[in-house]
Design a protein around this ligand. Structure first.
Ligand code: URA
Length: 198
């Protein structure tokens, strides 16, 4: 069995040197991704913000703290049983949306991450990730929490944590989506909840 840890380490080293788009000239750090290398569930965000650019880790700002809280509520943990990455690995200036050409250049790293991880479930955080991974015309307000199947992988979009900070009235829906995710994990994953009683 291939050593996923070594494969991730090698891919990370390659990715840290990437100069495929203009974002490389303004970044402090490449934000490759974080998590368990045997994760069955992968979360995908849009791109690094200021704190992520400074630290090199995804979702470490206010939105990240909210994400961690929601993950904890369903026994998920970036250091134990999930993997988190972004569509683009370098921060777009002033947190603008990543341009289509930047997404297109960068998606090759995510594809390689998929190949190593082979997740059973992908959760897209917000519209940019959902449009790139699930379907271009996805409407998060209508289609959050719905599982789509593509190439044998289940995919779901949920509200981006930054959207929840802006609109706390979306939080009950978001929490409900995490409960649906928890049910699906129990149904199809083999070791995500191994060391919990869920
Ligand atoms: N927003 C994202 O989409 N990703 C991060 O890593 C941080 C904020």
């Amino acid at each position: 069995m291939p050593d996923k840890n070594k494969e991730f380490a090698a891919l990370r080293q390659e990715c840290l040197k990437c100069t495929a788009c203009g974002l490389c000239s303004t970044r402090t750090n490449v934000v490759f991704g974080v998590g368990a290398d045997n994760a069955e569930v992968m979360f995908i965000g849009e791109g690094p913000g200021e704190n992520e650019d400074l630290t090199g880790e995804p979702f470490v700002g206010r939105g990240g703290k909210l994400l961690d809280k929601m993950l904890t509520a369903v026994d998920l943990d970036r250091n134990k049983n999930i993997y988190i990455a972004n569509i683009v690995k370098c921060r777009p200036p002033k947190n603008r949306d990543p341009l289509p050409e930047e997404q297109e250049q960068c998606i090759k790293w995510l594809r390689k991450q998929f190949v190593i991880l082979r997740p059973k479930i992908i959760v897209c955080l917000g519209r940019i990730a959902a449009a790139k991974i699930i379907k271009p015309d996805i409407k998060i307000t209508k289609e959050h929490g719905i599982f789509f199947e593509k190439d044998g992988i289940l995919m779901m979009a949920i509200y981006h944590p930054a959207a929840l900070l802006r609109n706390p009235n979306y939080k009950p829906d978001a929490f409900n989506d995490f409960l649906k995710l928890q049910e699906k994990i129990k149904e199809i994953c083999t070791h995500t909840y191994d060391d919990t009683d869920k």
